[in-house]
Design a protein around this ligand. Structure first.
Ligand SMILES: Cc1cc2nc3c(=O)[nH]c(=O)nc-3n(C[C@H](O)[C@H](O)[C@H](O)COP(=O)(O)O)c2cc1C
Length: 209
């Protein structure tokens, strides 16, 4: 047995914000990207990516997205979700990664990132929000809960998925509604400006009781 290399222990309260961000977002990887389509009550459409994003439950179907605040106030996505009570989550695949990045630009609330990035939009079926027409699948969500995250300049938005729209040409797993991951070609967020694609898929049967 070789010697243990030992540990660097970073006490969270002794780190600055940048250090905490770097450690957390380089270790919790890859993160799925919730690409949120929203609309302001005045009718301005908005598209932005969020990788503090997760599936939370399936019955009901719940997803969570942690939206940061700017010094000037909440980001447009949060303002819109508060105003209309709904949003779409557009699944990000390899064909979208450049547009995803472009849609993260910090622009004025009345700027439509669909138009800026040249993405065609499509109206959701179950909520009044725009979605990305070329997305392989879209989760159409209503606001379920807004959770204050204490000192964090973030708000956790929990969305209840009312409808899941899957493009007909997306391959399914035989005998189920599950989507074939290899053909979906999803993209994850790593640290900073790094993204990941799906590598080798390991299929490991669960242990028997
Ligand atoms: C891949 C990616 C992931 C991001 N994840 C988050 C996130 O989880 N939370 C957040 O507040 N901002 C995140 N951002 C930054 C927002 O997308 C950016 O602030 C955007 O301008 C917000 O748009 P909005 O003001 O239209 O809501 C991310 C950016 C990129 C490129």
């Amino acid at each position: 047995m070789g010697d243990s290399p030992g540990w660097d222990v970073h006490v969270a309260d002794n780190l600055d914000g940048r250090e905490r961000y770097d450690l957390l977002t380089s270790l919790v990887v890859p993160r799925p990207i919730g690409w949120l389509g929203t609309r302001s009550p005045e009718g301005a459409d908005n598209l932005a990516p969020f990788s503090y994003f997760a599936a939370l439950a399936s019955s009901p179907m719940l997803v969570g997205v942690s939206i940061g605040h700017r010094a000037s106030g909440p980001k447009d996505s949060l303002t819109n979700i508060r105003g209309t009570g709904c949003f779409t989550v557009n699944v990000v695949d390899e064909s979208h990664v450049v547009a995803v990045n472009a849609s993260s630009a910090d622009v004025a609330p009345d700027v439509d990132e669909f138009r800026e990035t040249g993405l065609e939009k499509q109206e959701a079926t179950a909520v009044r929000a725009p979605s990305v027409k070329s997305a392989a699948a879209v989760l159409e969500c209503e606001l379920f809960r807004e959770v204050d995250l204490g000192d964090a300049p973030n708000t956790l938005v929990v969305g209840r998925v009312l409808a899941v729209r899957v493009r007909r040409d997306v391959k399914r797993r035989a005998g189920s509604l599950a989507i074939d991951t290899a053909s979906l070609r999803p993209v994850g967020r790593l640290w900073g400006v790094d993204y990941s694609t799906v590598g080798e898929i390991l299929t490991i049967p669960r242990p028997r009781a």
